[in-house]
Design a protein around this ligand. Structure first.
Ligand SMILES: [Zn+2]
Ligand SMILES: [Zn+2]
Ligand SMILES: [Zn+2]
Length: 133
């Protein structure tokens, strides 16, 4: 793996939640350009080191977000909640939609490879703040 790829991967693994491509570009701007970051992200995703999803937030528009895929054990597909107020992510844990997808496949004679789900709203922290003010 090239230096750029391992640098981007270590950023993703160290993050508490998903990182947008543009925030990754910003945080490594001193050592690589945008094209290098995008190529690295593409490589990481193609090779199973990273996962990505698209999320739309009223404040910062539509962006692609990346997370690191743990290389030990079974990689689990998970979903995230995005707070529209503080823009933090909450890990919702393992996806529970598998049986729903199997149902769609059966009912409509499809083969589903992936699905994307983004959930937005107000997080617990922001709700608490709202009550106090
Ligand atoms: Zn919040
Ligand atoms: Zn946001
Ligand atoms: Zn899912």
């Amino acid at each position: 793996m090239t230096k750029a790829r391992s640098k981007v991967l270590s950023l993703l693994s160290g993050a508490a939640g998903p990182l947008s491509a543009s925030s990754i570009v910003k945080s490594v701007s001193d050592c690589m350009d945008q094209a290098t970051v995008y190529r690295a992200l593409h490589y990481l995703e193609e090779n199973g080191y990273a996962d990505s999803f698209i999320l739309h937030c009223l404040s910062h528009g539509t962006e692609r977000y990346y997370t690191a895929v743990p290389q030990s054990g079974n990689p689990i597909h998970r979903h995230w909640f995005h707070c529209e107020s503080c823009h933090s992510f909450t890990d919702l844990g393992e996806c529970l939609l598998d049986s729903v997808m199997r149902g769609y496949e059966k009912d409509h004679d499809l083969t589903i490879h992936t699905h994307t789900l983004y959930i937005t709203g107000i997080c617990r922290g922001c709700k608490l703040k709202g009550c106090l003010s």
